[in-house]
Design a protein around this ligand. Sequence first.
Ligand code: AMP
Length: 118
Amino acid sequence: MSDATTSCLFCRIVAGEVPADVVRRDDRTVAFRDVTPKAPTHILVVPIEHTENAAATAAADPTLVGALVLAAAEVAAGEGIADSGYRLVLNTGADAGQTVFHTHLHLLGGEPQGWPIG
Ligand code: AMP
């Protein structure tokens, strides 16, 4: 792991150094349950490769953003919420409330999601 990523919480989860409830893993993405769920199903899908946010991920490898969405869809199906529906969220920066600066796609579902988001 590079210096830039040794202190990154989600890099450490990906590496298995910090425990997490991992529900799916492939060669480019890892999905694990959010430790403070904001919906009955709340799972984070992250790229294994460290980038700070979704735009940085897309700049590094546009196909990786698609891989995150497809992984989330597969997780949603496994959680039984593909038909009822779910929300995918990519928080970027302070005004969006981003607290972890390793790209992560929030998968939220299991009950109606309010709109607009507060
Ligand atoms: P964001 O606010 O978009 O940066 O989302 C970060 C998310 O990471 C929040 O929903 C947190 O609850 C979640 N989180 C923080 N630490 C952990 C952890 N150790 N395991 C799983 N989820 C975490």
